[in-house]
Design a protein around this ligand. Structure first.
Ligand code: SME
Length: 154
């Protein structure tokens, strides 16, 4: 599944006729509609120089959490740690921000541009224990392409 999806993601992200925002929107929709255990897919970005994340393009139910301070929740922790965070059971996490009661598992993978953590992809699943190393490798690949897109001249 991930293998077949890689070229589609690559094709979408190099399409410079579309704005970066639209490409990320379409990417979020593509991942959510193709991968059965992806129930919410979205990007958060550092909000200027502030120590907080701001919600960018996403696919899935709207969330109240459009701003997340660094350190808060799974997303805020990744903004500080610069490391992937795989949560097999969100109920077992103390520092977690619930977006929907249906969510059981979550994965967050940071997005580095020129070595700097500028944001992250966040995915929620309604199935317990649904993320593996394969998701991590795939999402690292996706984010490497997103990083290339951000290196394009505006
Ligand atoms: N659960 C996340 C908040 C973002 S929502 O999942 C969209 C967290 O704990 O950081």
């Amino acid at each position: 599944m991930f293998k077949a999806l890689r070229p589609k993601v690559a094709e979408l992200l190099v399409n410079s006729r579309l704005s970066k925002e639209i490409r990320l929107q379409k990417l979020s929709e593509l991942l959510k509609s193709t991968i059965p255990h992806y129930d919410w897919v979205g990007y958060y970005f550092r909000n200027g120089e502030k120590e907080e994340l701001k919600l960018g393009p996403f696919a899935g139910a709207p969330t109240d959490h459009t701003i997340i301070p660094f350190g808060k929740g799974i997303c805020g922790q990744v903004a500080v740690s610069n490391k992937n965070f795989v949560v097999s059971d969100v109920m077992a996490q103390d520092n977690y921000i619930a977006c929907s009661i249906t969510v059981k598992a979550e994965i967050v993978v940071p997005l580095f541009v020129d070595g700097k953590n500028i944001g992250q992809i966040d995915i929620d699943s309604n199935t317990l224990n649904s993320f593996t190393k394969d998701d991590e490798r795939f999402l690292e690949y996706v984010n490497s392409l997103v990083a290339n897109m951000y290196s394009e001249p505006v």
